[in-house]
Write a protein that binds this ligand. Sequence first.
Ligand SMILES: Cc1cc2nc3c(=O)[nH]c(=O)nc-3n(C[C@H](O)[C@H](O)[C@H](O)COP(=O)(O)OP(=O)(O)OC[C@H]3O[C@@H](n4cnc5c(N)ncnc54)[C@H](O)[C@@H]3O)c2cc1C
Length: 483
Amino acid sequence: MHTDEDHIFDLIVIGTGTAASTTAHECSSAGWKVAIIDSLSFGGTCALRGCDPKKVLVEAVKVVDSAQRHQNKGVLGSDKVHIKWSDLIRFKRTFTEPFPKHREEGYKKAGIVPFHGHAQFIGWNAIRVEGEEKGNNKNSIVLNGKKILVATGAKPVGLSIPGSANITTSDQFLEFEEDHLPNRILFVGGGYISFEFAHIAARAGAKVTILHRGKQPLEHFDPDLVNLLVQRSQDIGIDIHLQSAVEKIDKSSDGGSYAVHYSNGPVVSNNNNNDNSQNKTTKRIECDMVVHGAGRIPNVEGLDLAAAGIEHTMRGIKVNEYLQSVSNPSVYAAGDVAASGGLPLTPVATYEGRLVATNLVKGNVLKSNYSGLPSVVFAIPPLASVGMQEKEAKEAGFRFRIKYENTASWASSRRLGETCSGFKVLIEKDSDRILGAHILGPHAEEVINIFSMAIRLGLTAKELEDPLLYTYPTNSSDIVYML
Ligand SMILES: Cc1cc2nc3c(=O)[nH]c(=O)nc-3n(C[C@H](O)[C@H](O)[C@H](O)COP(=O)(O)OP(=O)(O)OC[C@H]3O[C@@H](n4cnc5c(N)ncnc54)[C@H](O)[C@@H]3O)c2cc1C
């Protein structure tokens, strides 16, 4: 196949999110000729449709929650503080709208060549970029890369139920720009996106329901702390139905509302042939918006990975510990699309983007290591976690002590009027190392970083206590009481 000299690159990067941009910039700084492609506006999920815009909404509804928590505690007018949704979305746009242009200018300044369009493999080192249609012609171009990075992120998992077309994605929820949110909002799935959006929507005045298939929502978080957060969620009016699998979504004839049908009862796992259908009941809930919070899957659709011999599974592109494709050595994968063992989170995308850049420029020298990776549910209050869960540590045979406490009576919660807080820390008996830390309460999303550092650097509980001087009075200064 003939390829124009201008279209031969040392590295082609598919995607312009966190992982893609990190690798592109680092390889370009090392003198590589780099191309970068995206089918959507440049910037990726975190900046445009994920973490960053969501946090703008969370911070606003925190003001409402804080005002309510301070009612009768010296703050007047708490009951008048409320959200005007359209203004909040307009404020959010001041972050998202300028972003694609800045990102593209950043690429150009760095000498990275940007392409807008859908990328698809047409050979082991060749990619076709299909641009926007112009008249009857599709603007199509072929690029050749000595190396290729796939960093195409993730997308909502398809729900194979009747009426699934009626569901609102997280992207659409973040773009909803009416004066008010719909009155009744139902979230399908009880993962972190559902909980975060449910907490936002409830504080913005909506009546919120979460339907979750399993016995425990927020499955990757500590069950004792999750129970406290569930209680707090219910206290602010969120209805949470567990063991409730959505089966059908009907739209009303006037198109203004939905009936969500779900089966309620123990969930049968795929390898369990027992028919327990007689234990289930079918129920329905009426609502005005149904939001997808049922999980995300690696975005490999339309890439034609087979054309480049790139193996993948449901977890994403199969990579070795250098994040190189196990079946095509010219190809690397990073971020949500890689089956790397890291969670689908922005810090992982950044870390993997850096790791791939080093391995490309210097040869495979760095292996991935996800120890001490923190994650947060930005509910109000937030729930944060790093390292091992109690069950996991027990199953792995560790000898450890646990410190678990409900901290609602501690001054750090009481002065904020917060009645929902707690922590659980696991410390290995022989080494005194932190195995896991789980925190629910004000500023948990910040305090968890100290535990993350301790786990990643192998610090002991004693070292977190003794030589360190924490600012006071802060939630970090509580750490010494958690050890
Ligand atoms: C609602 C929401 C909230 C989140 N909140 C948090 C949070 O608080 N903290 C956190 O750490 N993580 C959060 N995440 C997850 C985080 O956003 C992702 O882990 C991260 O953005 C992944 O980055 P990435 O570089 O792998 O891919 P992405 O940023 O998803 O970028 C992939 C890019 O590839 C492009 N692309 C895909 N296929 C093609 C193709 N064939 N051709 C051309 N371009 C293509 C896409 O258009 C996209 O721009 C959240 C996610 C969502 C959806």
